[in-house]
Ligand binder design. Structure first.
Ligand code: AMP
Length: 117
């Protein structure tokens, strides 16, 4: 799905789809995952539609830097910056990527297993 189509996370960015927004930046929005896998489970997404992490190009450098800063900011606000958290971007079927709008999972608040299942 693209920005011109019915993209779930474009809807959240634009406010037409409800979500619990926890942070915003110039290029990003952070909100709570609807099916949390950890005590803190946020999603950090770009305002401008990008399909997935493998679709990122050098032209997106400023957007990506902004998203990493937003991830750190919301991790601090959620109280997991000191204890640690995981940033995950799933790409493709084997990684179980289910939403076609780039997003970084921010997972924390418990000791996470490695490797993930
Ligand atoms: P992925 O499997 O990496 O594509 O992750 C997609 C994530 O989006 C999953 O963790 C879902 O629980 C989450 N998700 C799906 N729909 C919503 C929604 N409406 N609001 C918040 N999170 C959602």
């Amino acid at each position: 799905m693209s920005a011109s189509g019915s993209c779930l996370f474009c809807g959240i960015v634009q406010g037409s789809t409800p979500a619990e927004i926890v942070g915003r930046s110039e290029h990003g929005v952070a909100f709570r995952d609807i099916a949390p896998q950890a005590p803190v489970h946020l999603l950090v997404v770009p305002v401008r539609h990008i399909d997935h992490a493998a679709a990122v190009t050098a032209a997106d450098a400023a957007v990506l830097a902004d998203l990493f800063v937003l991830a750190r900011t919301v991790a601090e606000a959620e109280g997991v910056a000191a204890s640690g958290y995981r940033l995950v971007a799933n790409v493709g079927e084997d990684a179980l990527n289910s939403v076609g709008h780039l997003h970084f999972h921010v997972l924390g608040g418990r000791r996470l297993s490695w490797p993930p299942g």
